[in-house]
Design a protein around this ligand. Structure first.
Ligand SMILES: NC(=O)c1ccc[n+]([C@@H]2O[C@H](COP(=O)([O-])OP(=O)(O)OC[C@H]3O[C@@H](n4cnc5c(N)ncnc54)[C@H](OP(=O)(O)O)[C@@H]3O)[C@@H](O)[C@H]2O)c1
Length: 233
């Protein structure tokens, strides 16, 4: 099983990466921080030196870097089973008050990265007649987050992209699942003064992603919506 994941070094992406690796996957992942990438690559190869691990430092908002990353993966793997479009950024703010450029940065990072990488990877999956693309959206794809103006816009768009891709790939054997988590412990929430149980654990999300992957070819989990037991923050 060959799995590509963007933003695999921390948070939700890391939990998904760890679970798929534990299930036997070869992993290609990216993030910006080279040190985090090296530490994770060494950790994975220490667990199983026979596994293929490709970790690359790229900024997913940069189209040339996305193309280079995909080219390198395709050169190593003739088959791609799973693509997880996870990398994303949350800049708090309100539409009328946030810094100019906030919307552009979050659209580039959260949406265009997934759009571009899916367009590069999906043709291989279509040729195989199988594959699974997960798009990490958010409950902010369904409701307007207070103090999350442009983030909400980017995540509504991400769900729109994911739904369209699902329809377009329906007859190809390639599955598309939209994942909509609520508040989940990660770097984005570092330092927040809330009881641990108020937020979900990234591993909760990873288990649902694995469950959606682990279905027969005739079944598709189209959407995963998850919230903390006590609801949205
Ligand atoms: N945590 C939540 O409450 C929550 C809820 C709903 C949805 N989500 C979504 O879940 C996804 C993961 O979020 P998270 O909270 O787990 O975040 P996180 O802990 O901050 O992790 C983000 C990951 O993406 C990488 N990344 C960020 N920007 C990047 C860029 N421009 N290019 C390449 N890699 C980049 C980070 O590594 P580097 O910093 O080294 O680049 C890191 O590996 C996001 O799409 C987020 O919107 C999160």
């Amino acid at each position: 099983m060959n799995v590509i994941i963007t933003g695999g070094t921390t948070g939700i992406g890391r939990a998904i990466l760890d679970l798929f690796f534990a299930k036997g996957a070869n992993i290609a992942f990216c993030a910006r921080n080279q040190k985090d990438i090296d530490v994770l690559t060494n950790k994975l190869l220490n667990i199983d030196p026979n596994r293929n691990v490709i970790g690359r430092s790229i900024d997913v908002s940069n189209v040339e870097q996305i193309i280079e990353f995909q080219k390198e993966v395709i050169q190593s793997w003739s088959q791609i089973d799973v693509l997880i479009n996870n990398a994303g950024v949350f800049l708090p703010g309100e539409i009328l008050k946030e810094e100019s450029g906030a919307l552009e940065l979050m659209i580039e990072t959260n949406l265009y990265s997934a759009y571009r990488l899916s367009r590069l990877v999906a043709p291989t999956m279509i040729d195989q007649g199988s594959g699974h693309i997960f798009n990490i959206c958010s409950v902010a794809s369904l409701i307007a987050l207070t103090n999350g103006g442009s983030y909400t816009i980017s995540k509504f768009a991400m769900l729109g992209f994911s739904k369209v891709l699902r329809e377009e790939l329906k007859t190809t054997g390639v599955k598309v699942t939209s994942v909509l988590p609520g508040a989940t412990w990660s770097n984005s929430w570092a330092g927040v003064d809330l009881p641990y149980e108020r937020l979900m654990e990234a591993e909760d999300v990873a288990k649902q992603v694995w469950g959606a992957y682990d279905t027969s070819p005739s079944a598709i989990v189209e959407e995963i919506v998850m919230r903390p037991q006590l609801g949205d923050l």
